[in-house]
Design a protein around this ligand. Structure first.
Ligand code: COA
Length: 261
């Protein structure tokens, strides 16, 4: 991994906390930040110690206030496509990350920041969180997967409304819309994110991984193909030590001790 200027990784046991830190621009995503996020996730992907990733923004104002508008203002048609594809690739790598990725959102999650949260498997919000896709007000559209993922998450009607109005919604409305799983006090955001992640990491690691794979692969496949794939993964899990341990622990009335194989 090359030197990182705006992204860092902090650890809490087997949970990696990826922090985007460009506070003077409310953590806006310029090309370097997008590249660094991609590098960090590529690195974490090869790290067997990682059981889950929490993605968050530094400072108290923003998760990420969007793609960097100063940079976007310079683009032409060709570089516009390239910018969009570069972001899409990194965000897809997050969605396909084999361990759970949770966005801990405090403050603004706008434009590319909202799209980044959408690319994570789960989201929790602080009470001060604000979500929105204001791109149409800038004469562009969301270009990092937001026109696709928002509709998948909250349904077509709400996604069209939010995308075409560019309105920001507050955390309680994001909860009602199904955009986030929980709203927590700001000062508890990181502790609650870790507690949420531990509700996942206490489970069989291989099962968690394959559940993610089945769910997200189904987004790109037919029902028939998805069911076939689910059956294969289900069968595959029967060959794991984790399955033997999980079921033995239940029958012996004790907590399982999973080894992730
Ligand atoms: N791109 C580039 N710079 C951004 C940015 C973005 N998406 N969002 C914020 N910034 C910069 C501001 O230009 C400002 O920089 P400066 O101090 O050098 O002038 C700094 O971050 C602080 O932002 P500021 O606007 O002063 O904070 P605020 O509290 O008054 O307003 C927002 C906060 C989020 C409402 C406002 O910054 C905003 O609307 N940002 C753009 C959101 C957006 O449209 N995102 C989608 C982009 S596709």
């Amino acid at each position: 991994m090359s030197d990182l200027s705006h992204v860092r990784v902090e650890w809490d046991g087997d949970i990696a906390v990826v922090v985007i830190d460009r506070q003077e621009k409310l953590n806006a995503l310029n090309a370097d930040v997008v590249r660094e996020i991609g590098e960090v996730f590529a690195d974490l992907r090869n790290d067997d110690q990682v059981r889950g990733v929490i993605l968050t923004g530094a400072g108290d104002k923003a998760f990420v206030a969007g793609a960097d508008i100063g940079e976007l203002a310079q683009m032409d048609s060709i570089s516009g496509v390239e910018t969009s594809r570069a972001g899409q690739d990194v965000f897809l790598a997050i969605e396909r990350f084999p361990k759970p990725v949770l966005a801990a959102v405090g403050g603004y999650a706008l434009g590319g920041g909202c799209e980044l949260a959408l690319a994570c498997h789960l989201r929790i919000a602080a009470e001060d969180a604000r979500f929105g896709l204001p791109e149409v007000g800038l004469g562009i559209i969301p270009g990092y997967g937001g026109t696709i993922r928002l509709a998948r998450l909250v349904g077509l009607g709400k996604a069209v409304e939010l995308t075409l109005t560019g309105d920001m919604i507050k955390a309680p409305d994001a909860l009602t819309a199904g955009l986030v799983s929980a709203v927590v006090p700001r000062e508890e955001l990181m502790d609650q994110a870790k507690a949420f992640m531990r509700r996942i990491t206490k489970n069989g690691p291989v099962a968690v991984r394959l559940a993610l794979e089945s769910i997200f692969r189904a987004m790109d496949s037919t029902m028939g193909d998805s069911l076939d794939y689910e059956s294969s993964l289900f069968g595959l899990l029967a060959s794991t030590d984790d399955m033997k341990e999980g079921m033995a622990a239940f029958l012996e009335k004790r907590k399982p001790d999973f080894e992730g194989r």
